[in-house]
Design a protein around this ligand. Structure first.
Ligand code: FE2
Length: 234
């Protein structure tokens, strides 16, 4: 019997490719340049995840889906044959905690929601909002846990969240040392302890895609995609 194809190499998850709505691509041209690069890398399916952060990027599902349509049309016009979908990366703040129950959330894989927090300070409501999301029927995917100062200074906190069923999504860039040596170390710790459920590119600009292209040639990347990743089910 033929081996299962390794689809984690073909799906790009977690990025900021919709133009002009967050700190990712600024123009449609930026978006097309990055998507062409991803196609060149063998990607045939992208799930892009604009920030939804009340204070800085007050996006809504309507805004995101409208931009998605615009970019999908541009892909067709430019003969770029790639499947493009959108979810979101929700910033967990007081506003989100108070309002998510009444909001239409942009999820992926049915009930999965991608969330992030402040990098420096542990939100006092973190456990509570994770619990509330889970009891509301969502599977919580925590974006790049290896990047939060409040976690990488205390690896026990990784285990505590993991044991509560929080799914960890690590960034490919973290394994390259792009952000910092400490973040690379934390990503490798999560890898070693088999705590990674998803990998993501978190591409904001073309430079990120180029660094990831180099990383994909490495043994480290090959090891990573051998994991039993949710990426393979998208
Ligand atoms: Fe992101």
């Amino acid at each position: 019997m033929a081996a299962e194809p390794d689809r984690s190499q073909c799906v790009d998850f977690h990025s900021h490719l919709l133009p002009g709505i967050d700190d990712g691509c600024k123009t449609l041209d930026d978006s097309l340049t990055i998507i062409r690069e991803l196609q060149y890398q063998g990607i045939n399916h992208i799930i892009t995840t604009p920030h939804i952060f009340k204070e800085l990027y007050p996006n809504t599902p309507e805004i995101i889906l409208e931009k998605l349509k615009l970019l999908q049309s541009a892909l067709i016009q430019n003969n770029i044959n790639i499947k493009l979908e959108a979810a979101a990366e929700y910033y967990l703040d007081e506003w989100f905690c108070q309002n998510f129950q009444t909001m239409d959330l942009l999820t992926f894989k049915g009930n999965h929601i991608l969330v992030e927090t402040n990098y420096m300070e542990r939100p006092h409501f973190l456990e509570q909002v994770f619990f509330d999301l889970q009891t509301s029927g969502y599977a919580v995917v925590f974006a790049h846990p290896e990047r939060y100062n409040y976690l990488i200074n205390n690896y026990n906190a990784f285990h505590s969240l993991f044991d509560r069923g929080i799914l960890f999504q690590c960034n490919l860039l973290s394994f390259t040392g792009y952000y910092s040596p400490q973040i690379k170390k934390a990503a490798n710790y999560l890898l070693k302890h088999n705590m990674i459920s998803m990998i993501g590119s978190d591409i904001h600009k073309i430079k990120h895609a180029q660094i990831i292209s180099e990383f994909k040639k490495s043994k480290a990347y090959q090891n990573l995609i051998q994991l039993d990743l949710l990426n393979n089910t998208l």
